[in-house]
Design a protein around this ligand. Structure first.
Ligand code: LLP
Length: 423
């Protein structure tokens, strides 16, 4: 069982590097990743035949390169993600299993790419089968199945059930087999991802559904994928799933299928958050402290353009304070609301689902101190935007105590690139 993290509200270092030094060198707002955390998380999942990183969580090509070197393969949800993976050295050769294109539609660009590179495709809609079949008859494909139920940390990240647009409805599998057969395609993989932040309770139902569908597909099946969704604790009362139990259930399913089909069926897992969330930190500088009625606000130079999860899902992130000139651990805790610079009241990092603003007990922050928003390595930078014409933050990767810049801070020129004033 994994040891639960303890969240401290005072911090001076990340992965052995002084936060003040990092800020002096790279400025704020700043994303920092600790590679040793990613390495540990990869090791945790070693029992699976393949770990397929859902790069949507954090897709910087340096992170992808490190994943590749550790033997982790990738999932790609767009032509852009396929190209990133190839830039990071992954081969599109379907026989190598390194890149799988997983989506609910082909846009024209991704279909062209899937044809050009013979990518392995995980079809999330019946229509994708025929669209690929016309141009690549005989291709081997995976089907993403919606088992009829889902689960997730928020309604927006629940990807199963009738309200979800994801996957092939479990009752339409026979129709998909006919469609595949029409173009001589072979279904070699099955995949189920019911949501992000899933739990063990739903797992046996997922495994049962997987087995049922697998029996329909039959002996062509070579791989089953458990999808992503492994949770990480964002709060002190949250926990990881028991990975031994999680693996045991999937392994038993795989073993039964291997026995029935007379060949080994591989077992994949497809985590995003589990591999990268806890490695990431967003550092911002406190630029204003103000009382508004009974509330104390600390306004920092990062906003929901940098980290959208709190405003989008009411997600909780641990937050700590780093003193610019003095240690904050002896400061009296105060109840403080942490907000950003954007022109909306929702630009608050301390809120829960429904937009309810909350304060946090933190060491009293002063102007010039740093606020460190933790567990920000998944769905952090990748969901950032240029709203309010803000340039996006740089990303730094720390390996063996050495910080390395893996993305430069955007400039004003980056911001307006491509914009045109017509005559
Ligand atoms: N596989 C598929 C097909 C997915 O759609 C996803 C996530 C994953 C794997 C990885 O899920 P994870 O292990 O990271 O939970 N922006 C939201 C999360 C959206 C997830 C979308 N799909 C958030 O910030 O929580």
């Amino acid at each position: 069982m994994l040891t639960l993290p303890t969240f401290s509200t005072a911090r001076t270092q990340i992965a052995g590097c002084s936060i003040s030094d990092l800020v002096r060198k790279y400025g704020t707002p700043l994303y920092v990743y600790d590679q040793s955390v990613i390495d540990q998380r990869i090791e945790d999942l070693a029992a699976f035949d393949r770990i397929r990183y859902a790069q949507k969580a954090c897709s910087n090509i340096a992170i992808l390169d490190r994943m590749r070197r550790k033997g982790v393969v990738v999932d790609a949800v767009s032509a852009g993600e396929v190209r990133r993976a190839m830039m990071a050295g992954y081969s599109p050769d379907p026989a190598k299993h390194e890149i799988v294109y997983t989506a609910d539609i082909f846009d024209h660009e991704s279909l062209d790419l899937a044809v050009e590179h013979s990518l392995h495709v995980n079809c999330g809609s019946p229509d994708m089968i025929g669209q690929l079949g016309v141009r690549r008859p005989g291709a081997e494909i995976t089907l993403r199945i919606n088992p009829g139920f889902g689960h997730g940390h928020s309604q927006k990240t629940n990807t199963g059930g009738e309200q979800s647009k994801h996957g092939i409805w479990h009752e339409q599998v026979d129709d998909c087999l006919l469609r595949a057969d029409h173009d001589g395609m072979m279904i070699t993989g099955l995949h189920m991802h019911i949501g992000s932040g899933t739990d063990l309770e739903h797992l046996s139902a997922v495994c049962e559904s997987m087995e049922k569908v697998a029996m329909k597909v039959g002996r062509t099946l070579r791989t089953i994928s458990a999808g992503g969704g492994l949770p990480v604790p964002y709060k002190s009362d949250e926990s990881y799933v028991d990975l031994d139990e999680y693996f045991a259930l999937w392994d038993a399913t795989r073993n039964r299928l291997s026995e029935t089909f007379g060949h080994r069926v591989d077992l994949e897992i497809e985590p995003g958050r589990y591999l990268s969330a806890e490695s990431g930190f967003l550092i911002a500088e406190v630029r204003s402290i103000k009382k508004v009625g009974k509330n104390l606000f600390a306004l920092v130079d990062a906003g929901f353009n940098d980290l959208a999860r709190p405003v989008m899902y009411g997600s909780h992130h641990p937050i700590s304070v780093c003193g610019a000139t003095s240690d904050v651990s002896s400061r009296e805790p105060v109840e403080v609301i942490i907000g950003g610079p954007l022109c909306e009241s929702g630009d608050i990092f301390t809120q829960r689902e429904g937009g309810f603003v909350e304060s946090r007990p933190l060491p009293m922050p002063f102007i010039g101190d740093y606020i460190v928003i933790e567990n920000a390595g998944a769905y952090g930078f990748v969901m950032s935007s240029n709203y309010n014409s803000k340039t996006r933050a740089p990303e730094v990767l720390i390996e063996n105590g050495q910080p390395k810049l893996i993305r430069q801070r955007e400039t004003f020129d980056d911001l307006v690139r491509g914009e045109v004033i017509p005559d």
